[in-house]
Design a binder for this molecule. Structure first.
Ligand SMILES: Cc1ncc(COP(=O)(O)O)c(C=O)c1O
Length: 423
């Protein structure tokens, strides 16, 4: 079997909901995706049959421990982590980043520098900017080209130096959709002895992740963006994690990964993470056989998950091309991101656009009336909208298809948009 949209959609009950006879069209996926039944079932099962704190002698505690370990193994497969001991769970990406920034800050000294970007979501900017302020460390800024919506890596060469200790950059922008060349950036970081911290929140749902190939030191993502529950996941390279002082309570475990997981975890949420990875794996084994050969170095679930991501990516490309072409046909629309067909591989399907007369909020509100769910505004990508000069005008209207959306939904959205933007 190859890509079977109906078989996929049938696994997501939320896709079948109607309101006053209108179907729901979910294009709010960059803000959070819907979940397949298996995720909800795993979470329910954890709550109903394995509800205990970890580390006790009794059965439910063992079972809850097995759920957490199972999800760590699953995330190690998802990320191609060398070991599940390097997989750290937390409430969300922002909380994990704020928490880790305190430990990373202990490695820095006056005179050191860090590099942040103007393309990142604030969750990969402000935790570090505050850390730098507290420590008296200088921040160097990597901006992006507002014509290509990409970084110019020569500019990185100008600001990186032996003083650079950390580079924080996103895998993909939640506003422009640009997919960054994080492998090249991490390599430049390594060359000067700097650490790299990758915000994979918007890349993990769309492109197969391989932290070893990327060559980063940290990679953080959120499972609610890839069909799981509201949880965050941080991968850290063991040698680096072992150098950090974990900010933890005295009785809490000193070993990895526990020492970086503060307080009691959401075991049910973690059960959902494991099930989300298994969802990818089940698609990989049933529909993505053609892509398994892209990952000859992997086997079993690791291979299935990566093949499924490749399958989804190919399909999402069709969606985004249709979306971009349809938007560009409407007078007054500007796509705030890559729109060139030849460069389509350098973006994820998240599309932010503006119109010369109608504000993003007005567009989102009108779409909501028609049960088409889209976001508007800066979407926390504050520096991105400022750099693009669209902060004051309300940011963008953002459409974010994923693999469970259809061409038909894209067309319905475009039909709904037309009378509003060119009456
Ligand atoms: C690129 C990016 N980074 C970070 C975040 C924050 O993620 P979380 O809600 O898990 O803290 C988001 C949320 O939308 C995001 O899009």
């Amino acid at each position: 079997m190859s890509f079977d949209l109906e078989a996929i959609r049938s696994q997501f009950p939320a896709l079948a909901i109607t309101d006053n006879g209108m179907r729901r069209i979910y294009f709010d996926n960059p803000a959070g995706t819907q979940v397949p039944t298996c995720v909800a079932e795993a979470m329910t099962d954890c709550l109903l049959t394995k509800n205990a704190n970890l580390g006790a002698y009794f059965t439910s505690s063992h079972d809850a421990g097995a759920v957490v370990q199972g999800a760590r193994d699953a995330m190690a497969d998802f990320l191609n982590a060398p070991s599940s001991d390097e997989v750290i769970f937390g409430q969300n990406m922002t909380t994990l980043t704020l928490h880790l920034s305190r430990s990373i800050g202990r490695l820095l000294r006056p005179g050191d520098e860090i590099i942040l970007t103007r393309m990142d979501h604030d969750a990969n900017v402000w935790p570090w900017a505050m850390m730098a302020r507290d420590l008296g460390i200088e921040v160097r800024w990597l901006t992006f080209n507002t014509g290509t919506f990409e970084f110019d890596l020569d500019e990185l060469d100008e600001i990186i130096s032996e003083r650079t200790r950390l580079i924080c950059v996103g895998g993909a922008s939640n506003l422009t959709g640009t997919l960054n060349d994080i492998k090249a950036i991490c390599s430049k970081a390594r060359a000067v002895g700097a650490l790299s911290f990758i915000d994979g929140v918007q890349s993990a749902p769309h492109v197969a992740t391989d932290v070893q190939d990327i060559g980063c030191d940290f990679y953080v993502c959120s499972s609610y963006k890839f069909f799981g529950p509201h949880q965050g996941i941080l991968w850290g390279r063991r040698e680096v994690l072992e150098k950090l002082e974990p900010y933890k309570l005295r009785p809490a475990a000193d070993e990895l990964p526990w020492c970086f997981e503060s307080g009691t975890l959401s075991h049910e949420g973690i059960a959902g993470i494991g099930a989300a990875v298994d969802y990818f794996s089940s698609i990989g084994s049933s529909m993505a056989g053609d892509y398994a050969g892209n990952w000859p170095q992997f086997s079993g679930r690791r291979q299935h998950v990566h093949a499924a991501m490749d399958l989804f990516l190919q399909y999402e490309k069709k969606l985004v091309l249709r979306l971009i072409d349809g938007l560009l046909d409407i007078d007054g629309v500007t796509i705030q991101g890559i729109s060139d067909h030849d460069a389509i591989d350098r973006r994820v399907p998240t599309v932010g656009f503006t119109h010369n007369k109608i504000a993003p909020d007005v567009i989102a509100e009108e779409m909501a009336r028609q049960n088409i769910f889209i976001w508007s505004g800066h979407n926390y990508a504050v520096d991105v909208v400022k750099t693009l000069g669209i902060h004051e005008s309300g940011g963008v209207a953002r459409i974010g298809p994923v693999h469970y959306n259809s061409i038909d939904e894209i067309d319905e959205f475009l039909r709904a948009l037309q009378p509003l933007l060119s009456p």
